[in-house]
Design a protein around this ligand. Structure first.
Ligand code: FAD
Length: 307
């Protein structure tokens, strides 16, 4: 059977697209391997009507809503190979060798963060260390915070974090990444910059307590932000050849269309910052509508109305 659309990635972007397509009676399969990006955190913030919801609860509600529509199917699997066929359809191969053929493909596989190897960072990430102040700044307001990062993005992040707490210390872990003017700006705001390499983060089940430096000092902090590297969770660039945006993710137009005919992307996969659940869901919704519109036009011209 040729499906109308396969969606690789069932996070908010993919699921909202599936909701639109299911309501439009499209035959859709969501392929998802169950590894959402925010699974490390206990609460999600900033999604109107769902502020402070647990990520697992959000996902449960979303799947219940989407799978009410009988033409939508969910396969728990990893999609590991994708190609575009000569007739414009897409062949999606799952890890177990199972294949799906679809007229349209939506990639909403998200991104993943590559965290610093400093001991304790992974344990604290999602519990007391985060990457996005819009997501978690409110919960850390007025606390003694660390901003940890070894590249130039640390300046912007620290300015941002300072709006939630004035007690901020920057840790560059041995890197010299701040210009002299930036250092004096930070000094004016009372933000200390510590360049000494970090030995480890002392924490209690992920709750940051101290940043322990290699010179033996321990600085008390109860939470903070890090500057991870972000990479696409799945990349099908080699076989599909879509254009990439300036951040290295899938380039889309304002409607979620990629440079490859019939291929769409939304959410973190087409990341161009800031990365948020509600934004991913909104982009997914738009892509779903665009995919339905494209399918409708194709079918309209293929099957003229009987006279
Ligand atoms: C610690 C942390 C806290 C956050 N807090 C918030 C917050 O409070 N508020 C907020 O708005 N945002 C928050 N975010 C950001 C938010 O999680 C993302 O912006 C959002 O999840 C993006 O949605 P998405 O649908 O694009 O991708 P995702 O939610 O990452 O979903 C992608 C899905 O695709 C699946 N997948 C990937 N590759 C494949 C493949 N090859 N085959 C099958 N399935 C695949 C994944 O397993 C995943 O289920 C947080 C992120 C992190 C890391």
């Amino acid at each position: 059977m040729v499906l109308d659309c396969v969606i690789i990635g069932g996070g908010p972007a993919g699921l909202n697209a599936a909701l639109v397509l299911g309501r439009a009676r499209r035959k859709v399969v969501i392929v998802d391997d169950g590894q959402p990006r925010n699974r490390v955190t206990h609460e999600s913030h900033g999604y109107l009507t769902r502020d402070r919801i647990k990520p697992a609860e959000f996902r449960k509600i979303a799947y219940e809503e989407v799978l009410r529509y009988p033409s939508v199917q969910h396969i728990v699997a990893l999609a590991n190979k994708v190609e575009r066929l000569d007739n414009g359809h897409f062949r999606i191969e799952l890890q177990d060798g199972h294949q799906l053929i679809a007229r349209k493909l939506l990639i909403t596989a998200g991104i993943k963060e590559v965290l610093s190897s400093i001991q304790g960072v992974t344990d604290c990430y999602g519990k007391s260390l985060f990457n996005c102040p819009f997501c978690d700044g409110w919960e850390l307001r007025d606390q003694p915070l660390a901003v940890i990062g070894a590249d130039s993005r640390i300046m912007h992040l620290s300015k941002m974090v300072h709006t939630w707490s004035e007690d901020v210390i920057i840790f560059t872990n041995g890197a010299s990444v701040l210009e002299p003017e930036q250092q004096s700006e930070l000094q004016d705001k009372g933000i200390e910059v510590i360049t000494t390499p970090i030995a480890k983060l002392q924490h209690d089940e992920g709750k940051l307590q101290q940043v322990v430096l290699l010179d033996g000092r321990s600085i008390e902090r109860s939470g903070g932000f890090v500057v991870p590297q972000f990479v696409p969770k799945a990349t099908f660039h080699d076989t599909l050849g879509y254009d990439l945006n300036e951040h290295g993710y899938i380039q889309v137009d304002s409607m979620g269309r990629t440079s490859v005919d019939g291929l769409y992307s939304a959410g973190d996969s087409a990341f161009n910052g800031p990365s948020q659940l509600i934004r991913a869901a909104a982009e997914g919704s738009l892509s779903g509508a665009m995919i339905h519109g494209a399918l409708m036009e194709e079918d309209w011209s293929r099957h003229p109305t009987a006279q």
